[in-house]
Write a protein that binds this ligand. Sequence first.
Ligand code: SIN
Length: 463
Amino acid sequence: MTGTAQPTFDLISPSSGQVIAQIPDQTVQDAQDAVERSVKAFGSWRTTSVYERSVLLRKFNDLMLRDVGEIARLIASEMGKPVTEAAGEVKYAASFLEWYAEEAKRIYGTVVPSQSVTKQLMVTHEPVGPVYAVTPWNFPAAMATRKVGPALAAGCTIILKAAEQSPLTALKMAELWTEAGGPADTFIVLTTSDPVPTTKVMMDDARIRKITFTGSTEVGRLLAAQAAPTLKRVSLELGGHAPYLIFDDADLDQAVADVIACKFRNAGQTCVCVNRVYVQRGIADEFTRKLSEAAAQLKVGDPLDAATQIGPLVDAQGLAKVKRHVTDALSKGATATTGGEAGEGLYFQPTVLSGVRAEMLIMQEETFGPVAPIIVFDTEEEAVKAANDTEFGLAAYLWTNNLSRAFRVSAALEYGIIGLNDPVPSTAQAPFGGVKQSGYGREGGLWGIQEYLTTKYLSMNVK
Ligand code: SIN
């Protein structure tokens, strides 16, 4: 953060509609200043030992865990995720710091055999340079640490542009990095009500060597184009439109519980939330009834109440999209077997729609809301074809007890992540990312740190 007499913008809670904080509204000048500081800090941070970086990241992890309750309340207040779920997010966020504290020590090089007995060919990996990260509001903590953890572990400095809807969590995390002993300007948070001009500063500056973004496909394409003139490294984790294929050999009760977990976490505002539930005809009626009963039991309420399972949508635009999808489906013959209507303010009832068909809007776009549309299928081929019939390719799920089918269908699904009898595959040590219009690059695990490293080759002729 820079300056003291800055303009501010109002941060409005989606549950109460009240202004909960004044956030520094940083300008082009602040962005330029952040670049200067980040570039300068990179000069020394890149030369620190991986063990030093590891110790700092481990302390950062410990401080996140110390403050789980406080950070969870910030998340609940600023973007409406129920506080119990938000506490889970904070632990998930910290796990990226823990993982990359370890992974920093495994940035191995290679010695390659040469044709000459006097030559040694040595390959090492170096930090790519100062990084610009743009993160979404739906996981204010975890989408930040999934970028900040590997960047800092690799020896990069990072400027994080927090989402306008969820800056408090990002600011708190920058404080914790300082408390952990993180050197000044290695991790800078930028807050602004208008990200376009500040982002232009980052994208135009050739000293920023990488852009990493989680958000919509539309914005991802713009950033990829803006990164081209300075040839920045780019990783994009973009939209999804996840299918869930429930075969008639599934354990029905478990499949219902899994679809509830996958669909309704964060009120459906997750890139990997199921968006299309395909159910085989023989079990469709029973599945629909059980899913509707379970969805109707979900407790909708104040995100700061520990018992709440479904909070509000993040803003009026998000709510309008959910309403549009549901209205369109109902007008074209779908039935709401539970829910189907908006509540007060930014709330929408947990909803299950049956009788959904491919031509409905909800089957073409990511809803990002608490709505589960059910589509009935007959054959495995038909289900796979429908699941792949989208420009997106982030996550797909299936439920089956047939081992051959499990492998066959997993192989045929054109997605970066497959949850086989598993509704929540995301974890710090695994690769997260998509294919097609869901982006490129991977976050998490040993793949995540590669995105922040370049390869250097040293040819030594020693006689
Ligand atoms: C996302 O919505 O992009 C993140 C979800 C996850 O990490 O599971």
